[in-house]
Write a protein that binds this ligand. Sequence first.
Ligand SMILES: [Zn+2]
Ligand SMILES: [Zn+2]
Length: 260
Amino acid sequence: MRESMPHAEAQGQRRQTKIPVWRQTAARLGKLCVEVLYPRRCPACDAPLAIGQELCEDCSGKLVIVTPPFCFGCGKHLEDATQEFCHDCLAKIHFFDAGRGLYDYRSVAESMYRFKYHRRSEYAEFYGRKIAAHLGEVIRGWDAQALIPVPVHKERLKKRGYNQAQCLAEVIGRELSIPVESGLLVRAKKTVPMKLLDREQRIKNLKSAFITRDNSVKLKSIIVVDDIYTTGSTIDACAAVLKAAGVEKVFFITLAIGRG
Ligand SMILES: [Zn+2]
Ligand SMILES: [Zn+2]
C-alpha cells in the first residue's frame, strides 16, 4: 500500500510531520526578539560569523562612531568646536532635553535597512551592547527610570514581526540595568515612512501619531530609544506627549545619527 500512495499525499504528510516543534515555537516567539540572543551574521555586511565573532574580519572599522565635539542638543558631531549647538538645534526648539546617537548614519545605513526590514532583529544584540559600552556613562548620567522604545503601529508590527527599537532597548536595558517600558507610549496613527518626507511634512505626519497609555506618567526622567535620529521630528513627537503626561526630562539614544 505504501508504494501506491499518491505523490502529493506523501508530500503533504512529509510537510506535516517535518516541521519541528522548536521551529513552531521560535516562530511564535518572534515578537519577543528571541533571535536577539543568537547573533549569527555580521551586522555590517550580513556575512555568516564564526562562533564568538561579533563582526567579520572585513568589517572591523567599517562602522564609524560619532566623535566629539557633540551638539549639546542632539549629540551630532560639530565641525566647529567653538559651537555648542548644531545648525538644526539652533533653528528649532526641541521637546527633548538631550540625546546621543552612536554611529554616523552613512556607515550603518545598509545594515540598518536589514535590521529594520529584513528580519535581522538579531543585530540588536551587537548594537545594543555597543551603545551600552560607548554611551553607558552618558546614559547613566541622565539618571533615567526607564527606556521607552519608539513604538510602531500595530499593523506594521504584525507585518514586520518585531520593533527594532524595542529589540535595541531590551539589550541596552539588560546591559545597563534600566527597565524597558514598552507599553507606555503607543503609536495611534499609521504614518508615512519618514524618509520620503521633508521636515515640514515630517512634523505634520507625526501630529497626534503617539499617545501615552495613561494620562499621567509617574516617571521623572526617561530615555526614548530609536534606530535613527535625522531631524529629530520623531523623538520630538514622543517627547511632547511624554512631557504633556508629566515626564520632566526626556532624553534619547539612537543607533545612528545623521550629520548636522
Ligand atoms: Zn562584515
Ligand atoms: Zn543638534
